[in-house]
Design a protein around this ligand. Structure first.
Ligand SMILES: Nc1ncnc2c1ncn2[C@@H]1O[C@H](COP(=O)(O)OP(=O)(O)OP(=O)(O)O)[C@@H](O)[C@H]1O
Ligand SMILES: [Mg+2]
Length: 356
């Protein structure tokens, strides 16, 4: 639904060049919620602004719903007719809402429809329908100043939906909101995604947002996408930073003659009592050193770091048993050995074993 290829953006400011995007290849499938996460300055906002051509990329292409936007003339407010039409099919939600304080809630939602030349009666009908959809049917005549942050963002979302977009872009839509309001806005985005089949590309610096609503995610660093995939794919990638941050586990071998492995559960395997089966089948004592379980996109997913008695070579059969149950197993080699201070997962050496 959204594809960027070789996207670069170089800003010129006071004679200095800043490379905000450095060859971004992104692919967002129709109907999914895709999260881009990264630290401040990574280029997230630049990416989203290039996707709807608010900024013209320095090079590369952006295709949304089969239309190559980069081939259409103009940018930002000076967009040509074809670009304006294509952009009306892309909704945009902002961190600070960007509502007009002098206009009522209903008039804010009607604004994009006015620009599209929709008649007054049709505009009003559509605005009220959208207010109902975002749960604000009683606020049509209120002004933005009379609303809470969460309510303002609901208006922002309704306005973004006015042009009946197929794609919704969101730049830190929940960063200015408290945790509870954040949850309700994320739930609304999820509901809209399901009800309307809306494809959502959202930018965030909060891992929790990704965990709550994203089907897929990408990690951005210094203008590049360094990891990308569905949550299940990321979890299945040995050494994935995103997977480690989504499901952080830690813990160390309690002795020299021990095998420590990280086990990732998803789908059916998450609900099976595999650890107790393993223990019974091979008559071994298993210690759980750390675990992180959660529901992602309605599915139970988790990671567990377990310790088995004996060296790795002696545990090839039990590890094979776990893999046969559909679990992903990664051996964790602790270079610091016994009694070493706890280190985050990334600092352990993740060994990709050949034994299968
Ligand atoms: N209009 C601009 N002119 C010059 N440099 C810019 C401009 N916009 C962004 N940059 C620079 O491009 C880089 C990426 O900025 P961007 O706003 O895309 O980051 P971000 O990931 O959205 O960060 P944040 O999480 O803080 O919003 C930064 O170094 C920033 O200073
Ligand atoms: Mg930003």
């Amino acid at each position: 639904m959204i594809t960027t290829s070789g996207l670069t953006k170089v800003y010129e400011s006071r004679g200095r060049q800043v490379t905000a995007l450095d060859g971004v290849d992104l692919h967002v499938r129709e109907g999914e919620v895709f999260g881009v996460i990264g630290q401040s300055g990574a280029g997230k906002s630049s990416l989203i602004r290039c996707v709807n051509l608010l900024e013209r990329p320095t090079s590369g292409t952006v295709t949304v719903d089969g239309v190559d936007l980069t081939a259409l003339a103009g940018k930002g407010r000076r967009a040509g007719k074809d670009l304006r039409r294509a952009r009306s099919r892309i909704g945009m939600v902002f961190q600070h809402f960007n509502l007009l304080s002098s206009r009522t809630v209903q008039d804010n939602i009607e604004l994009p429809l006015e620009i599209l030349g929709v008649s007054g009666a049709e505009r009003a009908r559509r605005a009220l329908e959208l207010l109902d959809l975002v749960g604000l049917a009683d606020k049509a005549k209120s002004y933005p100043g009379q609303l809470s942050g969460g309510q303002k963002q609901r208006v922002g979302i309704a306005r973004a939906l006015a042009g009946e977009p197929k794609v919704l872009l969101s730049d830190e839509a929940t960063s200015a909101l408290d945790p509870e309001t954040t949850r309700s806005i994320l739930q609304l985005l999820r509901d809209l995604n399901r009800q309307l089949g809306l494809t959502v590309l959202l930018i965030t610096h909060e891992m929790d947002v990704v965990k709550t609503i994203c089907d897929s995610a990408a990690l951005m660093q210094k203008g590049r996408i360094v990891e990308s995939g569905t949550v299940a794919e990321l979890l299945a990638t040995p050494g994935s930073q995103l997977a480690a941050e989504l499901f952080p586990v830690s813990g160390h071998a309690t002795g020299a003659d021990r095998t420590v492995v990280d086990v990732t559960f998803h789908g059916e395997a998450a609900t099976q009592p595999v650890i107790s089966q393993l223990s019974r089948t091979y008559n071994i004592d298993i210690s759980i050193l750390g675990a992180a379980m959660d529901t992602v996109g309605g599915k139970q997913i988790g990671r567990m770091r377990i310790e088995l008695p004996g060296r790795y070579e002696e545990n090839v059969v039990p590890i094979g048993f776990l893999r046969e149950q559909g679990l992903q197993v990664e051996s964790v080699e602790d270079p610091h050995g016994e009694g070493a201070p706890a280190l985050p997962l990334q600092q352990h050496v993740l060994v990709k074993e050949s034994a299968k």
